[in-house]
Design a protein around this ligand. Sequence first.
Ligand SMILES: [Zn+2]
Length: 464
Amino acid sequence: MSSGSILIKNGYILTLNPKRQIIRDGAIYIEDNRILEVGKTEVLKKHRADTTIDAKNMIVMPGLVDTHVHLSQALIRGCADDVSLVDWLKKYVWVLQGNFTKNDGKVSAELCMAEMIRTGTTSFIDCMIHTRYGFDGIAKAVEQTGMRGALSKIIMDSTGYADSSDIMYPGMVEDAEACLNETEQMYRKWHGQADGRVQVWYGLRSLGGVTPELFKEVAHRTREKSTHMTMHLGEVIDDVRYAKENFHTNLTGFAKIHNLLGPEMVFAHGIHFEDSELKVLAETRTNISHCPASNTKLASGFAKIPQMLDLGVPVSLGCDGGPSNNTYDMIREMRLAALIHKPVAKSPLVVSAEDVIEMATLGGAVAMGIDDKVGSLEAGKLADVILIDMHELGLTPAVNPVSNLVYSGSGQSVDTVIVNGKPLMRKKQLLTLNIETVMNNAKAHIIDLLERAEIEIRPKWPLL
Ligand SMILES: [Zn+2]
């Protein structure tokens, strides 16, 4: 599909190219869905483009990639705060999601994608789409919003979670045959569609939620199709106990037995690995999606990110979900990722601003298996580009814009978002979604959902 040509000029360009060059007074020339040239404005201004965007006072950088998203949890934002993990799951999240209709699934996905575009995310991995959320409707929504998304159909055949058995809410339970059949159907219908923006993946539920036979079957089918898979692993210490009791090994030992290691896997969270396991992740190129907000809010722990980066484990960033983060703002996630490891390591030198920007761009592209196409601003790559307005009080002065972006920034400063050469947001206005409709739908749907699930959410203070 032709989107015309775009010239972005006068920007502060973070190329993320192999030399990590930054271009002051830089420009990017885009034709259709590809970047044709990146360089100084002085040189590129020769191009006569259909659209010219002045990026004065703006950072121009690759679109952000969120590698652990629950689209279905945007609708239940704020519905499970300051509670224990068991209550979080059993009293709130599973009950609410177990009462979802397909319409709720679509409304939540649109809310989530609107927030992602608004805050600079261009690509994402949704980790588990239940049949009841309506996979087809969600895929259509991705097509319409213009984002790049990997949609993982949930795979499960057991009602357990980590070392607890039979704790899953009935509305969340699916069986192996139905899961596999729906993935096949959706793969045939959607994989590679929407100008190549939609991928269909396998979303393995968790330890305790999938039997060994099904783990192996999915590992086999993933490679047969050249697609990918993702799974929560090592978010809770109970995962470690489960692997030890059932397979007499650690988490990577468990993963190896079931053929789950490799570049086609994204493990979300990855907190409770032993030091010796990190080398295995690096050697097998197994991806870790680091989710610092979720891990701190639910007191899950600190992933060993400084060690992983040292060893060369492929690390990317994930916002997780509405009740665990509770935003889908990758710039705020970068800030947290750059902050939380410093006191643990007792060193301000670990996980730098540059490290987290790499995790949020190239790292994400690697996790999605599309680092040859996106993740940096280079001639020949697909045009997934964002502009961030640095002419704001809280970002001034911008002596070192890279540092300001990470330590002072938020997604609210994102001005323009382009995916596949097509603008999805200009001057902070969404172009593919009506934000009022999206918000009004969400407000109406959460009231109905809470009623159906018989859950009441109130502040802890007296409400007059
Ligand atoms: Zn998650």
